[in-house]
Design a protein around this ligand. Structure first.
Ligand code: FES
Ligand code: FES
Length: 158
Protein backbone atom coordinates (compact mmCIF):
# COMPACT_ATOMS: atom_id res chain seq x y z
CA UNK A 1 0.00 0.00 0.00
CA UNK A 2 1.47 3.36 -0.95
CA UNK A 3 1.46 6.56 1.10
CA UNK A 4 1.13 10.09 -0.26
CA UNK A 5 3.89 12.40 0.97
CA UNK A 6 4.60 16.08 0.43
CA UNK A 7 8.13 17.39 0.85
CA UNK A 8 9.91 20.65 0.20
CA UNK A 9 12.78 19.72 -2.07
CA UNK A 10 15.31 22.40 -2.97
CA UNK A 11 12.72 25.05 -2.16
CA UNK A 12 9.85 23.50 -4.16
CA UNK A 13 6.86 21.63 -2.75
CA UNK A 14 6.60 18.16 -4.27
CA UNK A 15 4.21 15.31 -3.65
CA UNK A 16 4.43 11.65 -4.54
CA UNK A 17 3.27 8.17 -3.67
CA UNK A 18 5.78 5.93 -1.92
CA UNK A 19 5.82 2.36 -0.71
CA UNK A 20 6.63 1.72 2.97
CA UNK A 21 10.06 0.40 1.91
CA UNK A 22 10.94 3.26 -0.49
CA UNK A 23 14.01 5.06 0.73
CA UNK A 24 14.37 8.77 0.20
CA UNK A 25 17.29 8.39 -2.20
CA UNK A 26 15.20 6.28 -4.59
CA UNK A 27 12.27 8.70 -4.36
CA UNK A 28 14.49 11.70 -5.13
CA UNK A 29 16.45 9.98 -7.89
CA UNK A 30 13.63 8.13 -9.61
CA UNK A 31 10.68 10.50 -9.23
CA UNK A 32 12.53 13.85 -9.23
CA UNK A 33 15.66 12.89 -11.22
CA UNK A 34 17.98 14.37 -8.58
CA UNK A 35 20.92 12.26 -9.65
CA UNK A 36 23.58 14.04 -7.63
CA UNK A 37 22.52 11.53 -4.97
CA UNK A 38 24.81 8.56 -5.50
CA UNK A 39 24.03 5.15 -4.08
CA UNK A 40 27.05 3.15 -3.01
CA UNK A 41 26.51 0.81 -0.08
CA UNK A 42 22.77 1.44 0.41
CA UNK A 43 23.06 0.66 4.09
CA UNK A 44 24.27 3.85 5.67
CA UNK A 45 28.02 3.26 5.61
CA UNK A 46 29.67 5.10 2.70
CA UNK A 47 28.08 8.58 2.78
CA UNK A 48 27.71 8.84 -1.02
CA UNK A 49 23.98 9.54 -0.64
CA UNK A 50 24.37 12.37 1.92
CA UNK A 51 21.84 15.20 1.62
CA UNK A 52 20.33 17.67 4.10
CA UNK A 53 17.07 16.77 5.84
CA UNK A 54 15.69 19.73 7.80
CA UNK A 55 19.15 21.28 7.56
CA UNK A 56 21.07 18.29 8.95
CA UNK A 57 23.25 15.94 6.92
CA UNK A 58 21.56 12.58 6.53
CA UNK A 59 21.96 9.36 4.59
CA UNK A 60 19.14 9.24 2.14
CA UNK A 61 19.60 5.50 1.53
CA UNK A 62 18.39 4.63 5.02
CA UNK A 63 15.76 7.37 5.43
CA UNK A 64 12.32 5.99 4.66
CA UNK A 65 10.41 8.43 2.48
CA UNK A 66 7.05 7.56 4.07
CA UNK A 67 8.29 8.84 7.45
CA UNK A 68 9.37 12.20 6.08
CA UNK A 69 6.10 13.85 5.14
CA UNK A 70 6.56 17.61 5.56
CA UNK A 71 10.38 17.49 5.66
CA UNK A 72 12.64 20.08 4.08
CA UNK A 73 15.17 18.41 1.78
CA UNK A 74 18.24 19.94 0.18
CA UNK A 75 20.38 18.12 -2.37
CA UNK A 76 23.51 19.28 -4.14
CA UNK A 77 21.34 20.49 -7.02
CA UNK A 78 19.64 22.91 -4.62
CA UNK A 79 22.97 24.39 -3.51
CA UNK A 80 24.10 25.58 -6.92
CA UNK A 81 23.84 29.26 -5.95
CA UNK A 82 25.48 28.83 -2.56
CA UNK A 83 28.79 30.71 -2.36
CA UNK A 84 30.46 28.31 0.10
CA UNK A 85 29.46 25.30 -1.98
CA UNK A 86 30.86 26.93 -5.11
CA UNK A 87 34.16 27.51 -3.34
CA UNK A 88 34.27 23.87 -2.27
CA UNK A 89 33.54 22.69 -5.82
CA UNK A 90 36.31 24.92 -7.20
CA UNK A 91 38.70 23.68 -4.54
CA UNK A 92 37.94 19.99 -5.23
CA UNK A 93 38.77 20.77 -8.86
CA UNK A 94 41.96 22.69 -8.12
CA UNK A 95 43.29 20.41 -5.37
CA UNK A 96 42.45 17.09 -7.07
CA UNK A 97 39.75 16.16 -4.56
CA UNK A 98 38.18 13.61 -6.88
CA UNK A 99 38.94 10.90 -9.36
CA UNK A 100 35.87 8.89 -10.44
CA UNK A 101 33.58 11.38 -8.65
CA UNK A 102 31.28 8.77 -7.16
CA UNK A 103 31.79 9.92 -3.58
CA UNK A 104 32.00 13.61 -4.49
CA UNK A 105 28.41 14.86 -3.99
CA UNK A 106 28.36 13.34 -0.51
CA UNK A 107 31.81 14.76 0.23
CA UNK A 108 30.67 18.21 -0.88
CA UNK A 109 27.47 18.19 1.19
CA UNK A 110 29.27 16.88 4.30
CA UNK A 111 32.18 19.30 4.00
CA UNK A 112 29.78 22.21 3.37
CA UNK A 113 27.99 21.31 6.60
CA UNK A 114 31.30 21.08 8.48
CA UNK A 115 32.58 24.45 7.29
CA UNK A 116 29.35 26.36 7.72
CA UNK A 117 29.09 25.03 11.30
CA UNK A 118 32.73 25.33 12.37
CA UNK A 119 34.38 27.80 9.97
CA UNK A 120 38.17 27.59 10.02
CA UNK A 121 39.14 24.06 11.08
CA UNK A 122 42.40 22.13 11.19
CA UNK A 123 43.25 18.96 9.28
CA UNK A 124 42.50 16.69 12.22
CA UNK A 125 38.98 18.10 12.57
CA UNK A 126 38.41 17.70 8.84
CA UNK A 127 39.56 14.07 8.94
CA UNK A 128 37.39 13.29 11.99
CA UNK A 129 34.29 15.07 10.73
CA UNK A 130 34.58 13.58 7.25
CA UNK A 131 35.25 10.05 8.45
CA UNK A 132 31.70 8.99 7.60
CA UNK A 133 32.32 9.60 3.90
CA UNK A 134 34.30 6.91 2.12
CA UNK A 135 36.31 7.25 -1.09
CA UNK A 136 37.66 4.30 -3.05
CA UNK A 137 39.96 6.30 -5.32
CA UNK A 138 41.83 9.24 -3.92
CA UNK A 139 43.49 8.08 -0.71
CA UNK A 140 41.78 11.14 0.84
CA UNK A 141 44.81 13.46 0.61
CA UNK A 142 43.31 15.56 -2.17
CA UNK A 143 39.92 15.65 -0.48
CA UNK A 144 41.37 16.88 2.81
CA UNK A 145 43.51 19.43 0.95
CA UNK A 146 40.45 20.69 -0.94
CA UNK A 147 38.44 21.22 2.23
CA UNK A 148 41.39 22.70 4.14
CA UNK A 149 42.05 25.24 1.38
CA UNK A 150 38.54 26.63 1.83
CA UNK A 151 38.59 26.29 5.64
CA UNK A 152 41.76 28.40 5.78
CA UNK A 153 39.89 31.34 4.25
CA UNK A 154 37.07 31.25 6.82
CA UNK A 155 36.83 32.89 10.24
CA UNK A 156 37.06 30.69 13.32
CA UNK A 157 33.79 29.88 15.07
CA UNK A 158 33.30 28.61 18.61
S1 FES B 1 24.65 4.77 -0.18
FE1 FES B 1 23.91 5.70 1.61
S2 FES B 1 25.51 5.55 3.04
FE2 FES B 1 26.23 4.44 1.28
S1 FES C 1 36.67 9.80 -6.23
FE1 FES C 1 36.08 7.74 -6.69
S2 FES C 1 35.12 7.07 -4.87
FE2 FES C 1 35.94 9.00 -4.34
Amino acid sequence: MSTRITLTVNGQKVSGDVEPRTHLADFLREQLRLTSIHLGCEHGVCGACTILIDGEPARSCIALAATLDGADITTLEGMKDDALMQRLKDSFHEEHGLQCGFCTPGMLVSSWDLLQRKGKVDEKTIRCDMSGNLCRCTGYQGIVRSIKAVADTLPEKN
